[in-house]
Design a protein around this ligand. Structure first.
Ligand code: GLV
Length: 329
């Protein structure tokens, strides 16, 4: 029986490629060149599975090229780049890589928040520019973290991991806004309190945004929400570009309506709104919240586990649209 063919659309570790080659005929893009849509479409012909990342946009048009596709495995927890509904309609399983990146991503989000509040990258730029001539009382005074109010927008796995760091490590009060309040057995040990969105904006000293992207949360933080925040507050976005209105944020920072911000994700990334590059009180990183060697390996392996299980009669560990599996039984 012929082995299923798959496309690995981005570089993967050689050991992972070997693992996939044990099960599949693999068309691999090891040079890691971003494949344009025409090339993706051409290379998807005859493929039963594809390994992608959050960079590849998998929309209805592309799905139209995929006559034999049974599974799209993305090496990311977020899957707003994939038209899941269209996949489901075509009987294509979508899988992602939750859990394995939760703690690394929470570490990074917390670190970004600290960098913004304590002006760490701004200080480094100042020092490197040779502007440090002497100690002064208010040189790079920032905002405390410990004992302050941590606001979390989106209280899923990563939000909860950030809440643990804040409450248990830094003695922060935790407030959050989410569609549904957390069960008491999770919220109570952290002292985490559900509040409405405007209370979150008004009371947070440090707000971290971790809500998954969907059209419903596009610009959920814009000029009106930023206007509610304390002038001493910070805002950190590790969710997705588009959840925060980047232009409105740049303006709020420029006007010092809030103290500082940190972004790992951007509207239209890898392009960054030029206004953000012009303000000093912001920390900017290139979408790397899950980027540690261990975590990226775990994500890649989970993406491979999903592909292998889906195409060899097993049970994929982390399906996004399990209804496709149920329909196949
Ligand atoms: C990264 O942004 C991810 O969704 O894994």
């Amino acid at each position: 029986m012929p082995r299923p063919e798959i496309l690995v659309a981005r570089y993967v570790l050689p050991e992972l490629l070997t693992r996939l080659q044990e099960h599949f005929d693999v068309d691999a893009n090891q040079e890691d060149r971003l494949l344009d849509r025409r090339e993706l479409c051409a290379r998807l012909k005859g493929k039963a599975g594809v390994f992608i990342t959050s960079n590849e946009r998998f929309d209805a048009e592309l799905i139209g090229c995929c006559t034999d596709l049974a599974v799209v495995s993305t090496m990311a927890v977020g899957y707003n780049n994939i038209d899941v509904m269209a996949c489901t309609e075509h009987g294509i399983l979508v899988t992602n890589t939750p859990d394995v990146l939760t703690e690394s991503t929470a570490d990074f989000g917390f670190g970004l928040m600290m960098a913004a509040a304590r002006r760490i990258t701004e200080s480094e730029r100042f020092l490197r520019a040779g502007e440090w001539t002497h100690w002064t009382y208010s040189l790079m005074n920032g905002q405390d973290i410990h004992g302050k109010t941590l606001g979390i927008l989106g209280m899923g796995r990563i939000g909860q991991a950030i809440a643990r760091r804040g409450a248990l490590g830094f003695g922060m009060k935790v407030i959050y806004h989410n569609r549904n309040p957390l069960p008491a057995d999770i919220a109570d040990p952290l002292g985490a309190r559900w509040v409405d969105k405007s209370t979150l904006m008004k009371q947070a000293d440090h707000l971290i945004v971790v809500v998954p992207y969907s059209a419903a949360v596009h610009h959920i933080i814009g000029a009106d929400e930023l206007a509610l925040m304390k002038p001493t507050a910070t805002l950190t976005n590790i969710a997705r570009g588009g959840v925060v209105d980047d232009a409105a944020l740049a303006e709020a920072l420029k006007q010092r309506r809030i103290a500082a911000a940190a972004l790992d994700v951007y509207e239209g990334e890898p392009k960054v709104n030029a206004a953000l590059l012009d303000v000093p009180n912001i920390v900017l990183t290139p979408h790397i919240a899950s980027a540690t060697g261990d975590t990226r390996r775990a994500m890649a392996n989970l993406a491979a586990d999903n592909l292998i299980a889906a195409l060899t009669g097993g049970t994929p560990p982390t399906p996004v649209n399990p209804e496709v599996l149920a329909a196949a039984v």
